[in-house]
Write a protein that binds this ligand. Structure first.
Ligand SMILES: Nc1ncnc2c1ncn2[C@@H]1O[C@H](COP(=O)(O)OP(=O)(O)OP(=O)(O)O)[C@@H](O)[C@H]1O
Length: 325
């Protein structure tokens, strides 16, 4: 039996205003996250992954806003929370790990000082107790010599170590959800693997739900239970990881997989999806201009996201037609 989702994002639409135009980089995005599961969100640069994540914790840039939708966490619509209520959720309930851990640390403060401040902001404990917790969580992240690490400054640690420190700090608050936005992109292969192993450990040991954002299909394959593919602000396909990787249906997903896994010489073109540049008034497929399978039917359909088989959803009129055949 499927358990209750811990996070439900429903029909999320985000707009951004620039001096030249209003764009809608996130459209009709819906997904759920279960405790102890990893939902991977993949898609090329600019597809709307980061804005989707930032909106969950009300961290959107000033010129961006949620136009429509709701984000439910523990029966609470996060979009209706006050700034104070959101502050209670941030870090303690839902934590975010970003791509470049160096940015998250103040270069003139030791790891110990970061650790203690974060823990004590959320938990009523003494500095001594916080330090004991810090050592304990660094050990859990398999960082050698945790006491030495605590005395060090961020620049004295490698990117991979710093990312694991970041995860240790995050986990010391025992959040129900971690949003990991490209957590391994800045790391070399060895460190990537270690960070992924630690995230996997967290999901299993603490039943943490993880939203794993990456443009790297191999990273997502290692960790995710389910994967959503974003293109032009929409989720165009979503399925359990094995189903999606073995039977990608949307033309964009297929090209993405072929290009990443070298199955053919086909490459994804670098031009940005046209649909991020303005509001999609025509309701045409966001992938239309780049799709090899497109025909006249693709310019006139309502972009519905359809479950064409159990747990496998796709937003493509051609795929749905072919199933009907
Ligand atoms: N503050 C902003 N002002 C204007 N446009 C923005 C802003 N933030 C994001 N965008 C645009 O919105 C679109 C989606 O951005 P987002 O960062 O969510 O993409 P992404 O899929 O996470 O890409 P990346 O992997 O490069 O971070 C992009 O076209 C981006 O340029």
């Amino acid at each position: 039996m499927r358990q209750q989702p811990i996070l439900t994002v429903n029909n999320l639409n985000i707009s951004v205003s620039t001096p030249l135009a209003v764009a809608q980089p996130v459209r009709e995005v819906s997904f759920t996250l279960q405790s102890g599961k990893v939902l991977g969100i993949v898609g090329e640069s600019g597809s709307g992954k980061t804005l989707t994540c930032l909106s969950i914790l009300s961290l959107l840039p000033e010129n961006a806003k949620v136009e429509l939708g709701n984000i439910n966490f523990r029966n609470q619509n996060l979009l209706e929370c006050s700034e104070e209520e959101i502050r209670q959720v941030r870090g303690k309930e839902i934590a975010i790990i970003m791509q470049n851990p160096m940015i998250a640390f103040n270069p003139v403060r030791t790891i110990e000082s970061h650790f203690i401040e974060t823990i004590r902001t959320h938990l009523p404990i003494t500095k001594r107790q916080a330090k004991i917790m810090a050592v304990e969580y660094l050990e859990k992240m398999d960082l050698p010599n945790p006491r030495t690490v605590l005395k060090q400054y961020p620049f004295q640690l490698s990117g991979g170590m710093l990312q694991r420190v970041m995860i240790a700090i995050t986990m010391s608050l025992n959040p129900s959800i971690i949003i990991a936005d490209e957590p391994t992109t800045a790391l070399d292969a060895t460190n990537q693997l270690q960070v992924l192993q630690q995230l996997d450990k967290l999901k299993k040991e603490y039943n943490t739900g993880i939203l794993l954002v990456s443009h790297d299909l191999r990273v997502v394959a290692q960790l995710a239970d389910e994967v959503a593919v974003m293109y032009g602000g929409y989720i165009v396909e979503q399925a359990p990881v094995l189903e999606l990787y073995n039977h990608p249906k949307h033309p964009y997903t297929r090209v993405l997989f072929e290009s990443r896994f070298g199955l053919t010489r086909k490459k994804i073109q670098n031009d940005s999806p046209s649909s991020t540049s303005s509001i999609n008034k025509e309701n045409k497929c966001p992938y239309l201009d780049r799709c090899e399978d497109a025909d006249h039917t693709c310019t006139n359909y309502n972009l519905e996201f359809v479950e064409f088989q159990k747990d496998h959803l796709v937003r493509c009129v051609k795929v749905l037609e072919s199933i009907g055949d």
